[in-house]
Design a binder for this molecule. Structure first.
Ligand SMILES: [Zn+2]
Length: 410
């Protein structure tokens, strides 16, 4: 049986490698990441794996199957964090996967495939503003122009790699072959409140939602708050307020579609001045690309009509667009079977947050198992899971691994 106390203790141990005193911040290619990698490499070796750092800085451990050199089932998650993070987002998936391998090793059990555990070096993209660098390199989709990206101190990714003892010219060597990887399966905390609301410890992810991000600017006319009559105003903030409510209304009308205005600023921003400019962001996500694209189009049309009616200028810029990464039905079925075998109702749910699977899907089929977290909180020190849920997650994950059937024979 996987040891739930050791899983939680190892998440605690990783959380101690932080640049933030009294909290957790561990970014790509930092000193703290080097220390966390050393810990994980040690745990992998202790679990009977051959472990190494790959060319982009991912930690990779491998346990051979019934004979050496078989293609692998790849398990894992990421080891980097956001700023002032919780200690389970990412780390729980890596630590649990190692725990499952340790359990197999303790029983001397060999499977008809190899197992690899990967701790991705950069999922969150905090340092260089570009997400999924570790999994993109593993999937063979790393773009070399990314090497010129710089962190807030002006250190380029190229320089940071060298400082970490890695050779930027050899990143291509991190790419895996399609024939070597049977599937990529990740255990992760839900980061949402659905499982908790339904009283379920785990769930099967159906898709990682697609997302569109827009940057909006509304230009009206600034004026004196005391002298311009209400009927003669072109108030940019009042127009933005109407837009925010329109976005909320439109995105509430379709199941599993979500839309958020997360930032709003007004200029000049004085108590006695009518706002001349309002800038805000829109983030729209859905497990169905068609729903998302339709919502984005309709929201933009509605914003244009609000702007026209109010006599203000509207500028829309698309800052991000990414389609749905659908989890493979054959993997969902096998993960679901492992859940059902533990006597737990099988709940399928989409992931509203991004994950390494979005990159790995370019290489192989992807599956995910969600573990309930308290109040759906993540990216925050209050992120929390129970020991019982960590254990249930690990038991389900181990059962899935032991019963895993590659697609060709499934
Ligand atoms: Zn994560």
């Amino acid at each position: 049986m996987p040891d739930q106390r050791r899983i939680l203790a190892r998440c605690d141990a990783l959380a101690r490698h932080s640049e933030l005193a009294g909290g957790l911040t561990r970014v790509y290619l930092s000193r703290e990441q080097a220390a966390a990698n050393e810990l994980v490499l040690g745990w992998m070796r202790e679990a009977g794996m051959v472990a190494r750092l790959d060319a982009i800085g991912n930690v990779v451990g491998r346990r051979e199957g019934e004979r050496p050199g078989l293609p692998c089932l790849m398990l894992g998650s990421h080891l980097d964090t956001v700023r002032d993070a919780g200690k389970y987002d990412g780390m729980l998936g890596v630590v649990t996967a190692i725990e499952c391998v340790a359990d197999l090793a303790a029983r001397g059990k060999r499977l008809p495939f190899a197992i690899e555990v990967i701790g991705f070096a950069d999922e969150e993209g905090v340092r260089f503003g570009s997400t999924l660098l570790g999994s993109r390199a593993a999937a063979g989709t790393f773009r070399h122009e990314t090497l010129d990206a710089a962190d807030k101190d002006g250190v380029s990714l190229r320089e940071a790699l060298r400082g970490f003892g890695l050779d930027p010219a050899r990143i291509g060597e991190a790419a895996r072959g399609r024939e070597d990887v049977l599937a990529y399966v990740e255990l992760h905390i839900e980061q949402g409140p659905v499982l908790e609301a339904e009283g379920l410890p785990v769930g099967v992810v159906s898709a990682i939602n697609g997302a569109t991000r827009l940057a909006i600017e509304i230009d009206g006319v600034a004026g004196h708050a005391g002298t311009v009559p209400m009927t003669l105003r072109q108030d940019a903030l009042a127009a933005a307020a109407e837009c925010v409510l329109a976005i909320e209304r439109r995105c509430s009308s379709v199941a599993e579609l979500v839309g958020t205005v997360g930032r709003l600023e007004t200029l000049p921003g004085a108590v006695n001045v009518i706002p001349g400019t309002a800038r805000f962001t829109i983030d729209i996500r859905s497990p169905r690309d068609g729903d998302r694209v339709a919502a984005v189009e309709e929201v933009c049309a509605e914003l244009r009509s609000i702007a026209k009616r109010r006599g203000v200028m509207l500028k829309v810029a698309k800052t991000h667009e990414g389609g749905v990464a659908g989890c493979a039905p054959w993997l969902m079925e096998q993960i679901g079977a492992a859940i059902a075998a533990e006597g737990i109702a099988v709940r399928e749910l989409p992931s509203g947050a991004g994950h390494d699977g979005m990159a790995m899907i370019e290489l192989c089929d992807v599956g995910m198992l969600f573990v309930r977290c308290e109040k759906g909180i993540s990216h925050n020190p209050a992120e929390s899971i129970t020991a019982a849920d960590a254990e249930t997650g690990a038991r389900v994950f181990l059962r899935f691994i032991e019963n895993f059937q590659p697609k060709a024979t499934a």
